[in-house]
Design a protein around this ligand. Structure first.
Ligand code: S3P
Ligand code: PEP
Length: 444
């Protein structure tokens, strides 16, 4: 278990997945059409927002069906360091309100964007001196616009003038808040971070956005969850306002993670057959819900029925030009899928993926090409031409979604070995075993 994760014994899910680990997975190839029902774990984005909002609340909150993964544990570890204790119960995690303290504490970020962006405002609300650091990869991810905005709102932050992790927040026992300008074009999480903590700022917060933020559904998710916890956020075009409020919600139930469902959803388009994803919500702010229309555009069928989503496919993938600016985290899996398309395809609008877990555009172009693909980077995406693929090692750059992309490729290409599959534990520790139930592995 990485430093900074609290012991959380309710489900033994920790697989290892240490940064840079070199174990491998012979991902299975589908020998027949798929026919399976799957249930994916709770949403990372909703879980970590619920934990933050619970810590900011006046009373205890029970977060039901939370994700149990590296990023979720890192969030609980961060909140614990900041004075919000939590403990697991049979149906979720109980989070206590944050209490103030003094002295110096450390927050371990791993490579969790949500922890790195959502918790610094909480540190600024308290009186501790809080040191933030994490994996080598998080030191390369953008955070400067958020640190500048927090400084403008009254926080005392020392980043050594670098504008990156590591940095230190010296709490002054509260934050004035007020109006601030923010460029959130490198990550929507900067804006979400200010909005989530806004109710606790003395004057609330008004954010004037400069430029366009990616991942709009995640902003809608932030606004929706703030409302459920009792805040009154408003949006007028590119201006967001969150007035001061006392938050409280006794229980919150987390939806399944629709982005983690992506490899299962696209599998029938690659291998043919049917996959049913249980618990798909009929209404949601999750970006993964876009998969329903994407599947249809790419040649499959997706029907919300009963308790979930049923996807069918013929094994033929329609070529497409996809603008994924709003749903960037789907890119690795969709890029793998488009390698099987019946013509040239393009993914656009995702330049910001260069600042994700790894430079995802470079990683995908390199790894897909190494297996015979014809994939090139553009300014803001990838160009993918049909080409016969062959087996080989698929390197994953400590990126959970590259493990999922490798699994999709292997459905149709024998002999693919996915490097460090356990790094998928960032959001989905049980992915490999769930995938091997979808695509039975011949005895080896
Ligand atoms: O707010 C969130 O929970 C997230 C926002 C998005 O980040 P970016 O806007 O940095 O792409 C997304 O890619 C990430 O997986 C989760
Ligand atoms: C970008 C992602 O994660 P993070 O929350 O670390 O930004 C992701 O999960 O695709």
């Amino acid at each position: 278990m990485p430093d900074g994760c609290p012991a959380w014994p309710w489900r033994p899910v920790w697989d290892s997945g240490a940064v840079g680990e070199k174990n491998t997975w012979a991902a299975p190839t589908a020998s027949e059409r798929l026919d399976a029902t799957v249930r994916v774990p709770g949403s990372k984005s909703i879980t970590n927002r619920a934990f933050v909002l619970a810590a900011l609340s006046a009373g205890e909150t029970l977060v039901r069906n939370p994700l149990d993964s590296r990023d979720a544990r890192l969030m609980l570890g961060a909140l614990d360091a900041l004075g919000a204790a939590s403990h697991a119960v049979s149906d979720g995690v109980r989070v206590q309100p944050m209490t103030d303290g003094d002295g110096e504490v450390e927050v371990a970020l791993g490579n969790a964007g949500t922890v790195a962006r959502f918790t610094p405002p909480l540190a600024a609300l308290g009186s501790r001196t809080v040191h933030f650091d994490g994996d080598p990869a998080i030191r390369r991810r953008p955070v400067a616009p958020l640190l500048q905005a927090l400084t403008d709102l009254g926080a005392d932050i020392d980043d050594g003038g670098r504008g990156t992790v590591p940095f230190t927040v010296r709490g002054r026992g509260g934050l004035a808040g007020g109006t601030v300008e923010l460029d959130s074009s490198a990550s929507s999480q900067f804006l979400s971070a200010l909005l989530l903590s806004g109710p606790a700022f003395e004057r609330g917060v008004t954010v004037r956005l400069l430029g366009k933020t990616p991942s709009e559904p995640h902003i809608a998710m932030t606004m929706d969850m703030l409302r459920r916890f009792g805040a009154a956020p408003e949006r007028d075009g590119s201006e967001f306002h969150v007035p001061p409020a006392t938050l409280a919600l006794s229980e919150y139930t987390v939806e399944p993670d629709l982005s983690s469902a992506a490899p299962f959803v696209v599998a029938p388009l690659v291998a043919g057959g049917r996959v049913h994803v249980e618990g798909w919500p009929s209404e949601t702010t999750q970006p993964g819900d876009r998969l329903r229309s994407l599947v249809r555009e790419l040649g499959g069928e997706a029907v919300l029925e009963g308790d979930g989503l049923t996807v069918t496919g013929t094994g033929t993938v329609a070529a497409a030009t996809l603008d994924l600016h709003e749903v960037g985290e789907l890119t690795p899996v969709l890029a793998a899928l488009l390698c099987f398309a019946d013509g040239p395809s393009e993914i656009r609008g995702v330049a910001h993926l260069r600042g994700h877990e790894t430079d995802r555009l470079a990683a995908l172009a390199t790894e897909l090409s190494a297996l015979g693909g014809d994939v090139t980077e553009t300014d803001d995406g990838l160009r993918i031409h049909p080409a016969p693929l062959h087996g080989g090692t698929f390197h994953t750059y400590d990126d959970h979604r590259l493990v999922m992309a490798g699994a999709v490729l292997a459905l149709r290409v024998p002999g693919i070995t996915v490097e460090n599959p356990a790094t998928v534990g960032k959001t989905y520790p049980g992915f490999v075993s769930d995938w091997e139930r979808l695509v039975p592995v011949p005895s080896r």
